[in-house]
Ligand binder design. Structure first.
Ligand code: PLP
Length: 360
């Protein structure tokens, strides 16, 4: 039995800190359905201010925040959204926009750095003259950081270019900013500047920021009025949400300043993995808190077996394919956890290589 746990499966696995638990226990609350929960209102105004947008809305999850944003921007049926083929919205949200909203997703290839070629985005915009043939493009979505591309940061310049393109064609821009604070810290730009070109942004409280639950959508006042209605329609309007919003306020204060350390530790872990023979990772692409590494030869180092060995040492990770493992840093991972993880991965790899040589 391992005496220590290093949970690198996701940044969603963090436990509420003592300060969060204390804030939750003493939160001033009322019924948010009636719009009178003071802690929810405080969190929403604070995030709207930080993000440089007029208004904000608490929602239970990032998936719901993305769905609400799409449904509000697309409004009528026959609409289409342009988004990355590696985006969370496209891959992991059960096709909610089409299942529930009658909105068609049109994908554009994500480059390894998380961007999509702006020319390809423009080429994907439907000709409004041909609306008897095509769906109507209404929205472009970016993801920052881009998780499946390795937590890559999307720059201000790129975001502004896509924003200008959206404007030119009368479209809206939504950013899945689940880890937007990670991006802002890594790029060293104010978060409001990073999302200036966006009409709406999802900010997740329960990923890099380490709160136990919840996401926030920000946008214009009129957008948030419609989003609030859509939240109710989707069953996401709740009563005394101040209890969880209180933890969100603490997360903003406690954990934004810690993101830089998460990124430094991710880099150290990536550099260390790079030194282990049999593994490969381009450490220069590790910009924030996500790491993907590959085995050079999947037949020698079986990923499932490696994950099992690590688990026996209390290290929890996620296999994403037969040759690839994902590790996610968060504020409850220390420098010594990184050293411990590296030594266990090294031992696991040597063990599997020895077993393979013995069985040959
Ligand atoms: C980039 C990105 N967008 C959206 C989501 C969805 O968030 P939730 O799990 O809160 O629905 C996630 C979840 O991990 C994510 O990584």
């Amino acid at each position: 039995m391992a005496t220590r746990t290093v949970d690198l499966r996701s940044d969603t696995v963090t436990k509420p800190t003592d300060a969060m638990r204390a804030a939750m226990a003493s939160a001033e609350v009322d019924d948010d359905l009636l719009g009178t929960d003071p802690t929810a209102s405080r969190l929403e105004s604070e995030i709207a201010r930080i993000m440089g947008k007029e208004a904000a809305l608490f929602v239970p999850s990032g998936t719901m925040a993305n769905l609400i944003s799409v449904l509000v921007h697309c409004e009528t049926r026959c609409g289409e959204v342009i988004l990355g083929d590696e985006s969370h919205m496209h891959i992991y949200e059960i096709g909610g926009m089409s299942t529930l909203g009658g909105v068609h997703p049109r994908t554009v290839k994500n480059n390894p750095d998380g961007t999509m070629d702006v020319d390809l985005i423009e080429a994907a915009i439907r000709d409004p003259e041909k609306e008897l043939l095509y769906p109507t493009t209404r929205l472009i979505c970016l993801e920052n950081t881009q998780a499946n591309c390795g937590g890559r940061c999307i720059s201000v310049e790129y975001t502004d270019r896509v924003g200008a393109l959206a404007k030119k064609h009368g479209l809206k821009l939504h950013i899945d900013g689940t880890r937007i604070f990670n991006a802002a810290v890594a790029l060293n730009v104010p978060v409001h500047r990073l999302v200036q070109a966006a009409d709406s942004v999802l900010v997740c409280l329960s990923k890099g920021l380490g709160a136990p639950v919840g996401s926030i959508i920000v946008g214009s006042k009129s957008f948030i009025v419609k989003a609030k209605r859509m939240r109710r329609a989707l069953g996401g309007a709740m009563n005394q949400i101040g209890v969880v919003c209180a933890a969100g306020l603490v997360a903003l204060q406690e954990n934004v300043p810690k993101l830089q350390d998460d990124h430094r530790r991710a880099k150290a872990l990536a550099d260390g993995l790079n030194q282990i023979q049999g593994l490969k990772i381009d450490a220069s692409t590790v910009e924030t808190n996500l790491i993907f590494f590959d085995t050079v030869d999947a037949s020698t180092i079986n990923v499932v077996k490696l994950c099992k060995i690590l688990e026996e040492h209390g290290i929890l990770v996620m296999a994403v394919s037969s040759s690839r493992i994902r590790l996610v840093l968060h504020h409850q991972i220390s420098d010594s956890d990184i050293q411990y993880t590296l030594s266990c991965v090294q031992r696991g790899v040597l063990q599997l290589q020895a077993e393979e040589a013995y069985n040959k």
